[in-house]
Each structure stands twice: as structure tokens, then as C-alpha cells.
Design a protein around this ligand. Structure first.
Ligand code: AMP
Length: 501
């Protein structure tokens, strides 16, 4: 059995392809179609989902949430509540995944081994690797990592038996991440033309805008800094989210807040909320404009704007998109479920070995969201030389020939970068790759280095000795987040031992 998993910042969902060839959401053990990505530790037991989310208000120290924002961050570690262990975002994600898979297995009465997991299109190499690691910790086989907007495009395609040629802009704003993809959809191909985004922008930031406002009002009125009161802060976060959701339908909402013997009711109107989030919405607008330009299209060439992700329920988003694209965004897909459904469609494509569905052949072509390069030195100044430009169809690769500098040189060392700037300060160094050279090469021997993005958007590097026409094999990238097999086994043991409910 293969399933598609949308492992979200705030909520996750699992879907599968049923016997009629229709993608379907699998409900969790609580009968819900989505599961909050929140962990509550009770002794050795991890409770994941709604109960954990509710507990996060009163038991701040026992809960873990929003870990997706920290994927691939090697310095992020949090105490595993109730124990003396520290865990990182990968391990926390593995606990959430364990709940999702366990419940899906129960619903299907079948064991799950193979999964397709979605990630934001703008996720970089470290974050993609971290996602794969979380699944591997549970012994799952990751068939493919698929970009969330591409997954949504697949689900949209799956809706209709006769898909007419069209260009679709997918605006995907979830709890913690934002993506835009421009996709050309025909009856037998889904081709992503360009993608861009922000892996730290989502509904969470809307909540924070309300939180910050209430903190300021409270301090002005009472002189009390809410930041010093953990419980009040957690309650405020919860109420801020309620306020935001409420304002999607109502004109105003009152946020209650109390700390250090003071209580206040802060009224927030829809107009004021729109003002608060305006700078964030403007960021999404700029990204959208850039993405259309990157696809060499204008809004006149776009047939449809599809809204994906829970945060697109904020009415101002629809108004904003309509105002600058002239297109009324489509809400025909359930923004909470569409990504998981598309992942299930993708899992079924892989299922057939060949790219084939119950309906017909369909080819999915995606692009990379970051340029790849390496640091070179030009007259003593280090610059980032881009080797593979973003928005290139993946899998893709590019080669460059480097020359050894000394006789019998033992190794070549490369720093692989992800990013758009020529200044190394403004790009992300994925890791260092060292290649041991065969003995006896004279100085100035050409070595061809090929760096590539694989189908999952993960970076690989291979080398070739041009003089002897000999493949020197894969260069292992020493990523900051790399863990050894032994460490992996240890972490696996810890995660597998945690009872998850
Ligand atoms: P997702 O990651 O797609 O599950 O989106 C979750 C985000 O959507 C969270 O930040 C939610 O607070 C937000 N959200 C869900 N429903 C609404 C709503 N009715 N109005 C505004 N935001 C919402």
C-alpha cells in the first residue's frame, strides 16, 4: 500500500488511491481528515493531533509544534518533554509521521511501506534531506518527494477526465510556508514553468502580527510585558489564531488577555487585521509577479489561479490576487486536502512502474527552486559561481571542468552553494564535497565535476577524470546536518520506542 502524505507546519493529511482510481483522504483514529502537527508528551507516550493542540495552551512545556520551520536547521534542538533527551526537527517530524502512518494503516487494514511526501517547492536541499531522514527513521521507503504546488496541480488534473490546455498559477499559503508555481497543464502533461516562495511565511506570521499588536496594547495599558508570562503568551497565541479564523467570516473579534492581575479585551476589526497583514501579503504579491515573469508569461496568459493551504481562507488574499491579476481565484479544491490528494495520485503513478494512471499516461515535470553553484576565487576574491540556474526542469545537471594545481594532488575540495547571489555571504553553503584523486595525476589534469538535482530536488555531485576517461564516482556532500549511519540507527531506536497515539 502506498500513500501520499502532506506533512504540514500546522496540519498534516494522508491520502491514498482507492480501488476506483479516485484519490481519497484517510481519516485519522479520531475520525478527522487532517491531524494537527503537534506533539504532547505524556511520560514515554507521544500524543499527536487535536488533543496535543488543545493541551499546548495549558501545557506549553509538554508540547512541541511548528517543527517544519526548523527542518534542516542543525542548531535547532528541543528537550523531549518528560525526558532528559534533546530532539531535533527531524525526530519530531518522525513522531508526527509515525502517528499519520499508524492511523492510515488502521484505516486501510494494511501495512504501509512506501510513501510520497510533499514539501514546499521553496524547501532547500537541507530541508528536503531532513524530510527524507524523518521517514527513513521509521523504516519507510520514500518513493518521491514532491513539491506541494505540483501536488495540488496533480489533484486538480485528477478532477477532470478531459483536461484542456491551460496555464495555472498555484498560490499556496499554509501555516508556515508560502509557494507559488506557474504550471502548464495539458491532458497528458503537468509542466511546472517556474516556482518561487518563502519557507518562512504563513498563517503563523498572521497570528504573530495579532500577538504583537495585543502585546503592545497590553503594555501601553498596564505596563506589563506579556513576554514574561509564558502561559499568557501561549493562550494569546491560541486566541490570536481563533481571532484570525473568525475574521475570515466576521467583521470584528475580541481577544481576551490577562496577566499579573490585569485583564483586557482587545478588539480587532477585519479592516485593522488586513492592515496588520498587509506587509506580509505584499511579500506574496511580489513573489507572484516574479514567478510569472520567470515563466515568461503575463497575467493575460494565465487561465486560473488555484488557492491552496489553510491561510488562503483569509478573504483579503482573494481580493488582493484579483486586484493585480484580474483573475478571480478558484476555490474548487479543498485547500486543506488537495496537497495530500495530489501526493496520492503521484504515489499511484509510481505504483505503475511506468508513468501510467488508471486514466492515461501523464508526465509530471518539475523545476528546481534554487540555483546551485560553487565558491571560486577570482583574483583573491571569493565569488559564488552559479552552475545550475533555478527554474530548470529536474532532474537536471551541469558540468564544469576544474584543473588540479599540483603533481600527485591527493584531493579536490568543493563548497556547494544554493542561492542566487554572486556574493558567498548571501547564499547558503549546502556542504563540502571532497574527492580523493587517483595517484599519479600531473598538475593541470582536468577533472569534470557534475552537480545535479535529482527527482526529489536533492543535490548530488559526481566526478570524472577527463584524461583517463574514468568515472571517479559520487562525491559525498558533507552537509552540516549529516548524521552517520550509527547515529541514525540510535535515533531510529529512540523514535521507534516511543509509543505514539
Ligand atoms: P495548512 O498548513 O494548509 O494546514 O494551513 C494552516 C493555516 O491555515 C494555519 O495558520 C491556520 O490558522 C490557517 N487557517 C485555517 N483556517 C483558516 C481560516 N478560516 N481563516 C484564516 N486562516 C485559516
Amino acid at each position: 500500500m502506498r500513500v501520499g502524505i502532506d506533512l504540514g507546519t500546522t496540519n498534516s493529511a494522508v491520502a491514498y488511491m482507492n480501488e476506483h482510481g479516485v484519490a481519497e483522504i484517510l481519516t485519522n483514529c479520531e475520525g478527522e481528515r487532517t491531524t494537527p502537527s503537534v506533539i504532547l508528551m505524556e511520560g514515554d507516550k507521544a500524543i499527536v493531533g487535536e488533543v496535543a493542540k488543545e493541551a499546548s495552551v495549558t501545557q506549553v512545556d509538554d508540547t512541541i509544534q511548528f517543527v517544519k520551520r526548523q527542518m534542516g536547521n542543525p542548531s535547532f534542538k528541543i528537550p523531549l518533554p518528560g525526558s532528559d533527551k534533546m530532539i531535533n526537527a527531524v525526530e519530531a517530524s518522525a513522531i508526527i509521521l509515525k502517528k499519520l502512518v499508524q492511523d492510515a494503516e488502521q484505516e486501510l487494514s494494511e501495512e504501509i511501506h512506501d510513501v510520497v511526501i510533499t514539501v514546499p517547492a521553496y524547501f532547500d536541499d537541507a530541508k528536503r534531506n531532513a524530510t527524507i531522514e524523518a521517514a527513513e527513521m521509521l523504516g519507510l521507503n520514500v518513493l518521491k518527494i514532491i513539491n506541494e504546488p505540483t501536488s495540488a496541480a496533480l489533484a486538480y488534473y485528477h478532477l477532470d477526465n478531459e483536461m484542456k490546455d491551460q496555464n495555472v498559477a498555484i498560490y499556496d499559503l499554509g501555516g508556515g510556508t508560502f509557494d507559488v508555481s506557474i504550471v502548464n497543464i495539458t491532458n497528458n502533461e503537468i509542466k511546472v514553468l517556474s516556482t518561487d516562495g518563502d519557507s518562512n511565511l504563513g498563517g503563523f506570521d498572521f497570528d504573530n502580527a495579532i500577538v504583537d499588536h495585543v502585546i503592545n496594547v497590553f503594555e501601553d495599558e498596564t505596563g506589563v510585558d506579556l513576554y514574561d508570562d509564558d502561559d499568557a503568551m501561549q493562550e494569546l497565541r491560541e486566541n490570536a489564531e481563533k481571532c484570525k479564523r473568525s475574521l475570515s467570516r466576521r467583521a470584528k473579534y475580541v481577544v481576551p488577555v490577562s496577566s499579573s492581575g490585569h485583564s483586557l479585551k482587545v478588539e480587532i476589526t477585519k479592516d485593522f487585521f488586513n492592515e496588520l497583514i498587509n506587509p506580509l501579503l505584499n511579500r506574496t504579491k511580489i513573489v507572484m509577479e516574479d514567478t510569472v515573469r520567470e515563466a515568461n508569461l503575463t497575467w493575460n496568459d494565465i487561465d486560473k489561479v488555484l488557492l491552496v493551504g489553510g491561510s488562503t481562507r483569509v478573504p483579503m488574499i482573494t481580493e488582493m490576487i484579483e486586484s493585480f491579476t484580474g483573475i478571480s481565484p478558484s476555490k474548487e479544491l479543498n485547500p486543506d486536502e488537495v496537497v495530500a490528494l495530489g501526493a496520492a495520485v503521484q504515489a499511484s503513478l509510481i505504483d505503475m512502474g511506468e508513468i501510467e494512471t488508471t486514466r492515461q499516461n501523464i508526465i509530471v515535470k518539475d523545476v528546481n527552486s534554487h540555483s546551485l553553484g560553487t565558491i571560486t576565487t577570482d583574483e583573491g576574491i571569493e565569488i559564488n559561481a552559479i552552475i545550475l540556474h533555478r527554474n530548470t526542469e529536474i532532474p537536471c545537471s551541469s558540468s564544469q571542468v576544474f584543473y588540479t594545481v599540483a603533481d600527485n594532488q591527493e584531493a579536490i575540495r568543493m563548497r556547494i552553494t544554493e542561492g542566487e547571489d554572486t556574493d558567498p555571504e548571501y547564499v547558503h553553503i549546502i556542504g563540502t564535497s571532497v574527492l580523493d584523486l587517483p595517484p599519479g595525476l600531473p598538475a593541470d589534469s582536468p577533472i569534470r565535476i557534475t552537480i545535479s538535482y535529482d527527482k526529489n530536488g536533492i543535490v548530488n555531485v559526481v566526478a570524472e577524470d577527463v584524461t583517463n576517461n574514468k568515472d571517479l564516482g559520487e562525491m559525498v556532500i558533507e552537509r552540516q546536518s549529516n548524521i552517520t549511519q550509527v547515529e541514525m540507527e540510535k535515533k531510529k531506536e529512540v523514535i521507534l520506542a516511543i509509543e505514539v497515539e
